[in-house]
Design a protein around this ligand. Sequence first.
Ligand SMILES: [Zn+2]
Length: 263
Amino acid sequence: MPIRGLNSIAVWQSELLPAQVVHGFTCRTGGVSQGAYASLSMSPRRGDDPAAVRKNEEILCREAGLELERLTSTCQEHTDVVEVITPDRVGVGIRRPWERPVDGIITRLPGVPLLAYAADCVPILFYAADIAAVAAVHSGWRGTAARIAEKAAKKLFEMGAEPHNVTAVIGPCIGRCCYEVDENVALRFPESCRTPKEGGKYMLDLPGANRLMLEALGLRVDASAPCTMCNNHMFFSHRGQGGKSGTLGAFIQLGRKNEGRIS
Ligand SMILES: [Zn+2]
């Protein structure tokens, strides 16, 4: 499992992304949050102490080499909304609120870290090498059913990316091993992504459903990340912690700290 120590924190990283793309999915250790949020919980919208989340943002940026003053995040509500971060939007989601929910963000600006959150839901990072663009997307079962990952990829295509130049990294999330759902949820997804159980329940492969839709578009997909519930000691898991947990941060930035400049 490619867990790397970045100074005082640990992250899961894909081996498919080049070194100039700073990215990762945070593990639980190295932050200041307490209780169910201990300790590196990234989302300000899960009931954690806002001051602790701000401190965790500082720690993440310092340890991973991200530009804290430009940190830009989603405002997740299980939508299929994907927005492009232009210079006037840098810092939104962190320093000022979004006007509406946004579950996916894209940018071509170097030195602007994008941050999305997940705790069992599927976090996906994108890198379009030919147009130098990155994206961070939150895709739970609702987002997956609404095909938010496909919408993010198609937005990259509209911006000029060729599918074979785009890599998608599906981060740590709940796997088919642990994700039991009702039939009305399961039947929204391809048959190959669900395993029927007794009592009308199914085991659902949410990362697999995202992988299928992205591979069908011609993207290269890394779907090797571990299950958050099986590895709850390492990653936050909403189900593994009885519905109260912190969230991992899925982050991606073009360029190392101080290399990038906003035009
Ligand atoms: Zn599992």
